[in-house]
Design a protein around this ligand. Structure first.
Ligand SMILES: [Zn+2]
Length: 219
């Protein structure tokens, strides 16, 4: 998992955005402020058939081929061609070249968290809506006075499904037990205030939990 880069951390060239800006006409267009948007570049030029970029660091050039395909409803749409030959809407900056998601081994932040962590975060949200007892090791909170019965039952059954999935993973449950109570205690017992801010509580919880749960299990 750790070998993957995170897409959100890489700036990218988006072919549809450029197309909307009229980048792919007959005339070649230069972008004087490209460095503001794509910091590793000093020059970018576009026309109908290619995007030429120059890297600021070593003045190297890369030429990105534009491929056009017909749309169902008429007209054409452009694609970027990665050096690997794949056709894609976006190419990402590795600092050394622009490449597709597969070539640069990039994944979305949400994919980095394993399926169980995502389930767990959804579960925390459901619990927070019902009054904030957010640890999976405690029973689901009872219905808050202001919440209607139907909503509560929906939330509870959704949570139950998520919990069922999570409990199937012994490895996950071990982690959850180790960290959940500590994180909850930190988030809720703020000495300066008796008021529990659920949103803040959840956010803090999410951060602590996500980090803790992604850490490898100790020996
Ligand atoms: Zn590629």
């Amino acid at each position: 998992m750790g070998r993957h880069g995170i897409i959100e951390n890489h700036s990218s060239i988006d072919v549809n955005e450029l197309n909307r800006l009229g980048a792919f006409g007959r005339a070649t267009i230069a972008y004087p402020y490209v460095g503001l948007r794509l910091p590793s570049l000093s020059i970018m030029r576009t026309n109908y058939s290619a995007i030429e970029v120059q890297f600021a660091k070593d003045k190297r050039w890369q030429s990105i081929t534009i491929r056009w395909t017909r749309c169902h409803f008429g007209g054409q749409r452009p694609w970027l061609e990665c050096p690997c030959g794949r056709r894609t809407g976006k190419l990402y900056d590795s600092g050394f070249c622009f490449g597709c998601r597969q070539c640069l081994n990039l994944i979305y932040e949400s994919q980095r968290r394993g399926a169980n962590v995502r389930r767990y975060l959804r579960l925390l949200k459901l619990r927070a809506r019902c009054g904030g007892s957010s640890s999976i090791t405690e029973p689901f909170p009872s219905r808050p006075a202001r919440m209607c019965e139907k909503t509560y039952l929906q939330l509870r059954s959704r949570a139950a499904l998520l919990e069922m999935e999570l409990r199937r993973s012994r490895r996950f449950m071990k982690k959850a037990r180790n960290y959940a109570l500590r994180a909850t205690a930190k988030a809720i017992h703020r000495p300066s205030s008796h008021h529990i801010n659920l949103t803040a509580c959840y956010r803090l919880h999410e951060r602590i939990e996500a980090r803790a749960l992604l850490a490898p299990l100790g020996p």
